[in-house]
Design a protein. Sequence first.
Length: 72
Amino acid sequence: DFWVFKLTPGGEMSWQKCLGGKGADEASEVRQTQDGGFVLVGDSESDDGDVRGGNKGRNDAWIVKLASQMAE
């Protein structure tokens, strides 16, 4: 699964979000967007859970956008 979290300046967890399905899902990059949200890029072998559209092969590319209000 993709597990994304944000830490406070003091090292405490501010928030966390887990995304994925039953297969192997691996995030390789995360970037904060100008609107305060986040974009996650990686690959997925899942075809259920948060993964929409069904798996098209072994490791499909997966791009996820978290809106700023979802990331709080």
